[in-house]
Ligand binder design. Sequence first.
Ligand code: ZN
Length: 500
Amino acid sequence: MEEKFKTLSDKLKEIKNISSAVALLHWDQQVNMPPGGSQARAEQIATLETMAHELFVADEMGVLLDDLAGTDFAYDSDEASLVRVVRRDYDRERKLPAALVEEMSRTFALGHQIWVRARAEKDFARFQDILVKIVDLSIQKAEAYGYEDAIYDALLDEYEPGMKSVEVNRVFDALKVELVPLVRAISEQVDGVDDSCLHQNFDEQAQWDFGLEVLKTVGYDLARGRQDKSAHPFTTSFSINDVRVTTRIFQDWLSPGLFATMHEGGHALYEQNIAPALEGLPIADGTSLGVHESQSRLWENVLGRSRAFWQFYYPRLQTYFPAQLNEVGLETFYRAINKVTPSFIRVEADEVTYNLHIFLRFELEQALLEQRLNVSDLPEAWNAKMEEYLGLTPPDDALGVLQDVHWSGGAIGYFPTYTLGTILSLQFYHQALQEMPDLPEQFQRGEFANLLGWFREKIHRHGRKFTANELIERITGAKQVEVGPYLAYIKQKFGEIYQL
Ligand code: ZN
């Protein structure tokens, strides 16, 4: 049996090596590659992905998994978890014809470059044809996977295993009831918070250096990581010992660079703290995008926009920008970084309005997959929902329907994980606070090791061994995603800032 297990691990590591090479090609595409390389890169990625797919879905892999299914390893052992998770992946991927995998891979890589140009020119029409193809391929993929109730579930399952859209609706409905009126109440007091201190001239290199200082002190290991610039910040990993982040910096606005760095840092802490024993295996990864996002949102918002965090870091930040910030008090800065404004761009949205952007995309994606909405009508449908949720009409497609990268890369079914992760960040943090009530005092002293250690122990080290729901139950005792801690946090924090 041990020999069979070794055979399985070796085969899986070989496939993971190919996937890591694909990830490196994607990283390079976004960080270094000249635009001229896009066609060739799409072909390179398609070749490697098809190769990895064929190795993975081979009959031989199924026989190995069958043979190993009956072994009596404990449920939470690395061995049983590997067999269980890989079986799920295998059954799923076997459903996809190789020709569809290759077609998707090429189309999605190409879609990215077309989207970049369309967005630069603020012209949805340039993106429309390829998006029709992407939606069509996504429907084919969902049909190949199969589903019980909603076609959306087949795609959502790829990012959030086991999650169904009916469950997403339960969570979103509970949020909408509270958030929509809250945004309205805050909007009536738009002058309540002045964030002009964030809109000054902030030297790019100094922003970069401060961001790196924060990453290092919260525990990101630069000997096993690096930071680069890209149009859209992201985290990628080729090994537990090579986890990279990117950020983007605006000279005239401090927030985007600062919070993108902390957001990606949260993702990277998850990946760097997976147990070394899982290295090279497909379970050495975040268990779901929602759980992954719970870590990035935690560092970006729950800590990164908290008073305690800045009681430590604000004097440090002032040493980087004395001319801009020495006359700005901590309280003014704290309120500025928490200003709530309905806005066009999701990634720049505050903690309160952020989820409204997700509701919009989730509803549009459902309509596209169920073929209730044509791609050609998408810009209009987008603008109508922006008006409904945020009271705004985008002046052009770049500030509207073209703003996100996801659809261009075939990532339909992905958006709900952002809000699920936001909710989970508070559900987990609420538990951490019960076990370590003095965490905020620790943050005031610049001490983050206990919190990081708690998450390493409860979540990071397990990689994909447990599903999101299993983790929620192991950590908090709850059976599902609960919105209570998030809503209590939002109401308390913004109630104070806006005196509601
Ligand atoms: Zn993220």
